[in-house]
Design a protein around this ligand. Structure first.
Ligand SMILES: Nc1ncnc2c1ncn2[C@@H]1O[C@H](COP(=O)(O)OP(=O)(O)OP(=O)(O)O)[C@@H](O)[C@H]1O
Ligand SMILES: [Mg+2]
Length: 432
């Protein structure tokens, strides 16, 4: 579980810059916050932007490693190499103790994560003009649903990785509590707030009493009524959009000559960000040759093999994510898929997407219900629901959560910056 609140002498209103930073290592995007008087906490990490996409690309042509947007650009331009995204999803799974093959060398996933954290730290220090040896790391309420031991292991692993990246003192804070602190800095009266942080990997909630006076206290334990989280996020929405729209074009659900279905595991791996690279092994390639030979509908399977040959799994996932984001603003989207044989255009609809993710949104709604029950708080008593995290842009999700709290007003935070800003405040509180 979380480490207990430290009790440094400094208060969050201390007037000098903090000694420590707050690190929001996200499934999709990472940020680093540093509290300084009179300035935004968010440090510029890539091209003046305060987010660094949690992406690594090993460029085999240049024997070089790229991070963030540059990593994505390198991959999309067509360099030979290996793209890694959704690295945080490895925490809490057995995959974290495994490795991937990069440029003919075995690379442990832990090393990969430590490299990413080292880069995040280096960039933050460059932007801040100083070094950080202490940090508050954000963490989801659950790295792993319903398994306290695996969850603790995930936190321990992240702490080891942060130490390897160079931090000597590390504290953890729940991501939604951090977001609450960022929101608290903007209010002028007491509110009972449900923070809804819907990110790339997890949906996290905290019910918390906030006010300018309470913000000045070091100990906030009594203000936090309950926290809850579930392993559902934007990467899952990408996955189910992919499985229900494009994967059938690659043969999912089609038959072999013996009447059985083509195994679905290839499609699940390709539709899941952190397992895409599993489709590129020699073993899978030879299995796919066999499946193609036995397929009743060769055209679609040929499309699948062609995609794997091109190492275009991430390209497809990126396209599906773009389609999903488009559906937050439009009822229909035409999504061209020019790298697939025949260059089909997918007609995506909001209603189809809502249907595909309905079971996931239900899980999120159940999590909010459970949190209210645990806290013994009636929905009508909540003043505000504070939305943050990129996936809070999904209309069905936002409508579903808002409908559970009909009396609460909805406030939208900085969808990608609230956690980092709140962790920066927490770093000041914990480390001075
Ligand atoms: N307008 C939008 N509509 C729907 N989804 C969006 C939108 N913008 C971004 N997203 C999704 O939000 C997710 C990223 O959000 P965010 O950066 O908050 O996650 P994260 O902090 O990296 O993840 P986590 O906190 O779960 O580890 C991605 O899945 C992205 O596709
Ligand atoms: Mg997040």
């Amino acid at each position: 579980m979380m480490k207990s609140e430290a009790s440094p002498a400094a208060s969050p209103l201390a007037s000098s810059a903090a000694h420590a930073c707050g690190v929001d290592f996200g499934t999709s995007n990472s940020t680093v916050g540093w509290s300084r008087p009179g300035q935004s906490a968010m440090l510029a990490l890539e091209d003046g932007k305060t987010t660094l996409p949690s992406v690594v690309f090993f460029n085999a042509d240049e024997d070089a490693v790229y991070f963030g947007r540059a990593a994505l650009a390198n991959y999309l331009v067509g360099y030979e190499g290996r793209l890694m995204r959704s690295l945080k999803s490895l925490l809490g799974t057995s995959l974290i103790d495994g490795q991937t093959e990069v440029m003919g060398r075995a690379l442990p996933f832990r090393t990969l994560l430590a490299q990413f954290h080292g880069e995040l730290k280096r960039r933050a220090e460059l932007a801040a003009g100083r070094s950080f040896d202490s940090a508050v790391l954000g963490r989801p309420v659950h790295f792993v649903d319903g398994d306290a031991e695996a969850d603790q292991k995930a936190e321990d692993t992240l702490a080891e990785i942060a130490e390897e990246a160079g931090y000597r003192h590390i504290e953890f804070q729940y991501e939604p509590i951090a977001a609450a602190f960022a929101y608290e800095a903007t209010i002028d009266r007491e509110e009972l707030v449900l923070v809804a942080d819907i990110g790339g990997g997890t949906s996290d909630f905290s019910l918390i009493r906030l006010s300018p006076e309470r913000a000045r206290c070091d100990e906030r334990h009594d203000d936090i009524l309950a926290s809850a989280g579930v392993h559902v996020g934007g990467t899952d929405f990408d996955k189910y959009l992919s499985l229900t729209t494009v994967m059938p074009l690659l043969g999912m659900g089609s038959l072999l000559k013996n009447g059985s279905e083509v195994p679905s595991s290839y499609y699940f791996n390709l539709a899941t960000w952190h397992t895409i690279n599993l489709a590129y092994t020699q073993k899978i390639w030879s299995q796919l040759q066999d499946v193609l030979r036995d397929a009743a509908e060769r055209d679609r399977l040929e499309r699948l093999l062609d995609l794997v040959r091109q190492r275009a799994g991430h390209w497809l996932a990126i396209r599906m994510e773009e389609g999903k984001i488009g559906l937050s603003d439009a009822a229909t989207i035409a999504l061209p898929l020019e790298r697939l044989a025949g260059a089909p255009t997918l007609a995506l609809t909001r209603s189809g997407f809502d249907h595909a993710i309905g079971h996931l949104v239900e899980k999120v709604a159940d999590t909010v219900d459970g949190l209210l029950t645990d806290a013994g708080v009636r929905a009508g008593d909540i003043d505000t629901v504070f939305f943050t995290g990129g996936s809070s842009g999904v209309p069905l999700l936002r409508e579903t959560i808002s409908a559970l709290l009909p009396a609460a007003r909805s406030v939208e935070g900085d969808l990608f910056g609230s956690i980092g800003a709140g962790l920066a405040l927490d770093a000041l509180r914990k480390f001075g």
